[in-house]
Design a protein around this ligand. Structure first.
Ligand code: SAM
Length: 279
């Protein structure tokens, strides 16, 4: 494995794009990053990656991939666009044994099965599938998950919803899902001009690490509660939770005023309600 301070020389990413004819596809959410200093800073967010297993979704021409490889990571990269595979093969040759490329749709792959060991996820996600992948990684009854951290580029507005606090307009299902048994923080803002082509909106990177799951609470129950509560977020809880069996009684048990609205409840309030329902 190459040591981090002696990376093999690689052509600039713009040359890779030109050599492989990788014109950005809008349908595949392709906005590429070329600034290698920025890419190195992103790869540093999860901490020491030397010899760690990393799953990257959407490597494209391999900008973030090369930064992860230089950090010593053993990278598995899932890419849907077959045009990118030859560019990634060049990286495989430059970092022997460190990069596995899987051509396909990341939504159709079981990531834990594919990796077969604990892994960090680092990705400049295609925006059209980003939130879906994120909610999948955070859902399910098995906790802790097989991933050790998620370091993900989102549209800034989505990133703000992940880390939002109660009583803000950004607070909702995504915040509760990301915070009830994980620690989520905004790690870096990325200006739209850093991308080629630049997207319409600003981006931001969120870093999430699993925490201890509160006892006696099922993820499915919490999801049902937040779906109902935030599905009608302007309504009082006694109205929005009417359709969830046992929820109104649970509000009484938890001493939560039924005239409050979902966005005023702390994440711990949702956990307490779910615990009563799972009784
Ligand atoms: N990682 C590169 C970078 O930072 O410059 C490219 C990021 S670009 C925003 C998103 C990448 O995800 C593209 O290469 C695109 O082809 C790929 N992609 C889109 N949908 C995908 C899917 N469902 N599964 C795997 N890769 C996908």
């Amino acid at each position: 494995m190459p040591v981090a301070d002696q990376p093999p020389p690689l052509p600039p990413l713009r040359e890779v794009i030109a050599a492989h004819g990788l014109s950005a596809s809008k349908a595949l959410g392709q906005n590429f990053l070329f600034d290698e200093q920025l890419l190195a800073r992103i790869a540093a967010i999860p901490g020491d990656l030397d010899n760690k297993a990393v799953l990257e979704i959407g490597p494209g021409p391999g900008g973030l991939t090369r930064a992860l490889l230089r950090a010593g990571a053993r990278v598995t990269a899932i890419e849907r666009d077959s045009r990118c595979i030859p560019a990634l093969a060049d990286l495989q040759a430059a970092f022997p044994g460190q990069l596995r490329v899987v051509e396909g749709d990341a939504l159709a792959v079981d990531h834990a099965d594919l990796m077969g060991e604990p892994f960090a996820v680092v990705a400049n996600l295609p925006y059209n599938v980003g939130t879906l992948l994120f909610t999948r990684w955070l859902s399910g009854e098995d906790w802790p998950p097989r991933w050790t951290s998620l370091t993900l580029m989102f549209q800034q507005e989505v990133a703000q919803r992940v880390v939002a606090a109660p009583d803000t307009s950004a607070y909702g299902r995504l915040a509760v899902l990301a915070q009830w048994r994980s620690r989520a923080r905004l790690a870096m803002k990325v200006h739209r001009s850093a991308f080629t082509p630049p997207p319409k909106v600003m981006s931001a990177i969120v870093h999430v690490e699993p925490a201890e799951a509160p006892s006696g609470v099922r993820s499915a129950t919490l999801e049902r509660l937040t779906e109902a509560a935030f599905g009608q977020r302007r309504k009082m809880l006694r109205q929005s939770l009417k359709g969830v069996p046992g929820a109104l009684a649970a509000l009484e048990v938890c001493n939560i005023d039924t005239t409050r609205r979902a966005e005023t409840l702390a994440v711990s309030d949702f956990v307490a309600l779910a615990r009563v329902l799972d009784g």
